[in-house]
Design a protein around this ligand. Structure first.
Ligand code: NDP
Length: 242
């Protein structure tokens, strides 16, 4: 496996679940990034305790407050990242933060549709507009957003989530077209059905551990090249139908 080598990476929703797993794995790489920006909504609170413990041991880990549904918060976080990076931009942006509402089609509401879309789709859009010197943008999507597969419908209808991820897949495609001339690779990634709060919310035990998912995704990231831009892939490197 080609070794993943990244100078600077920003992960949204890094205080728990897959975001925290990604940060832990980046720190453990043989050649860890010079800067890991772990962003979360409440950087000084209890919910960021694990990140705070890690940051006390790893000077390359910087915790930054970031609410992806709030454009002002995104701008403020970008300014803080800029203070650390000086003139150079981020190499890797992982739009990981996401929410799900456990609604069936019949009880879906405008408020939930809008909140889930704002977090899961508009957040990654605004994050992607921050700087044009990144090498890659990874949008954490879901097979649940695949129109062609309708995966898991019998278990979970979660229409607002599915629509937001289908739109995120389209956003990834748009970003790949628009940012190609800047040499920025844009990929939508399905992490598997993973043992996190979100993965377990409906009471089922997901088959994939955070460690296995993250390890798989980092392997996929290390193998990406220009030809993959705009792709929708899973944590094992399989191409998924949009
Ligand atoms: P979790 O629910 O375990 O964690 C979600 C993370 O997103 C938390 O850190 C949460 O922060 C953060 N977050 C939510 N809303 C916002 C917001 N508005 N601003 C900033 N941060 C926010 O989810 P997972 O780790 O399982 O999911 C990570 C990504 O992977 C998501 O995009 C999800 O859709 C995707 N995914 C997950 C699957 C799974 O099986 N787990 C399957 C397919 C896709 P806080 O602690 O403050 O709430």
């Amino acid at each position: 496996m080609a070794e993943l080598c990244v100078c600077s990476v920003l992960v949204t929703g890094a205080n728990r679940g897959l975001g925290l797993g990604l940060v832990q794995h980046f720190l453990r790489l043989p050649n860890p990034p010079q800067w890991i920006f772990a962003t979360c909504r409440d950087p000084n609170g209890q919910r960021a305790q694990e990140l705070q413990n890690l940051a006390s041991k790893h000077p390359n880990l910087v915790i930054i407050g970031l609410e992806v549904a709030n454009p002002a918060s995104i701008k403020a976080a970008a300014a803080k990242v800029g203070e650390h990076l000086g003139g150079s931009g981020l190499n890797l942006l992982i739009n990981n933060a996401g929410i799900v509402k456990p609604n069936s089609l019949d009880n879906e509401t405008p408020e939930d549709m809008i909140q889930v879309y704002t977090t899961n789709t508009v957040g990654p859009l605004l994050m992607g507009q921050l700087s044009c010197s990144k090498a890659a943008i990874i949008n954490m999507s879901s097979i649940g957003g695949s129109i062609a597969s309708s995966y898991g419908w019998e278990l979970m209808q979660i229409t607002s989530y599915r629509c937001s991820k289908a739109a995120l897949n389209m956003l990834s495609r748009c970003q790949s077209l628009a940012y190609k001339e800047h040499g920025i690779l844009c990929v939508a990634l399905h992490p598997g059905w993973v043992q996190t709060d979100m993965g377990s919310y409906a009471g089922h035990t997901p088959p994939v551990t955070v460690d296995d998912s993250v390890q798989g995704m980092l392997k996929v990231l290390s193998s990406l090249s220009e030809k993959d831009t705009g792709a929708f892939l899973d944590w094992e490197g399989n191409v998924l139908p949009c």
